[in-house]
Ligand binder design. Structure first.
Ligand code: F6R
Length: 258
């Protein structure tokens, strides 16, 4: 696992965008897994601003990481709607380019199998973008999730429900359940980039980067993955004690040409 520390959120976003561009250029039919949440939104806005200059976009398929259960179809908090608003719409792509997790399916078990089957048909995910919860969740794999878990319905951890109580835009009732790619499903991606920003992530990033593999920190399974990069801003990296692969220079020490 490689760890990059960037000076601020904007540079984390730029680094994410660079990975997406690489996947679009280097893969013949790029399959890109998209996290939602607040962290990647700036990267998605940067991508949207570059929409006219994204080689490979016409060959790309995007894949959902997770979705809440129990929200109305038009809820702005539904992750499919978030991705339509921040990624598909601005990039001029229609719904057929998004592999969705359908929370309205009559049989959610079958829906999870259908989703896994679709990923296999596509040849797997080339690049998976992840955020991380303050409790170490990736997707909605909460503490205790098994490293070989597949796409399934999960109950959200109490701490996630508490975090979401302030984060959700419109939900009268904060969802208690979700569908999520499993940890094993996520680990099948050829490349994974996990982004973290802000002081609220400092503790969990230190546990992820400096700790061992532990079911209490679901993201720690990424240590088993051969091509994972953690990109943190200085606030999120504030409690790291070691293993930092690259640190960008503090702005104050950069040479400025006049
Ligand atoms: C969202 C997701 C979650 C978020 C995590 C961090 O699709 O899977 O794991 O990445 O909760 O959320 P933010 O970025 O809002 O701190």
């Amino acid at each position: 696992m490689i760890t990059l520390v960037k000076n601020h959120h904007g540079l984390v976003a730029d680094a994410l965008v660079a990975r997406v561009r690489d996947a679009l250029v280097c893969r013949s039919n790029p399959v890109i897994g998209l996290a939602t949440g607040r962290t990647p939104l700036l990267a998605y806005a940067t991508l949207a601003a570059q929409s006219r200059d994204l080689p490979g976009l016409d060959r790309a398929t995007f894949v959902m990481l997770d979705e809440y259960l129990g929200l109305p179809t038009d809820s702005p908090d539904r992750f499919a709607n978030v991705l339509r608003k921040h990624v598909l719409g601005p990039l001029g792509l229609d719904d057929s380019r998004l592999v969705r997790l359908n929370p309205d399916a009559a049989d959610l078990g079958l829906e999870c199998e259908r989703f896994e089957g679709r990923l296999r048909e596509l040849g797997g995910v080339d690049l998976q973008i992840l955020g991380i919860g303050t409790n170490g969740h990736i997707g909605f794999n909460e503490p205790g999730a098994h490293g070989d878990s597949r796409t399934r319905v999960v109950r959200l951890d109490d701490s996630t429900i508490a975090d979401n109580t302030s984060a959700l835009i419109s939900a009268d009732e904060v969802p208690r359940y979700a569908i999520t790619q499993g940890l094993g499903t996520i680990l099948d991606a050829k490349e994974i980039v996990l982004a973290a920003t802000g002081v609220s992530k400092a503790e969990i990033i230190a546990e992820l980067v400096d700790g061992g593999v532990d079911e209490k920190v679901p993201a720690s399974v990424l240590r088993h993955h051969p091509n994972t990069t953690v990109i943190a801003d200085q606030d999120a990296a504030g409690r790291l004690i070691g293993h930092v692969s690259e640190k960008s220079h503090p702005v104050s020490s950069m040479q400025v040409s006049r």
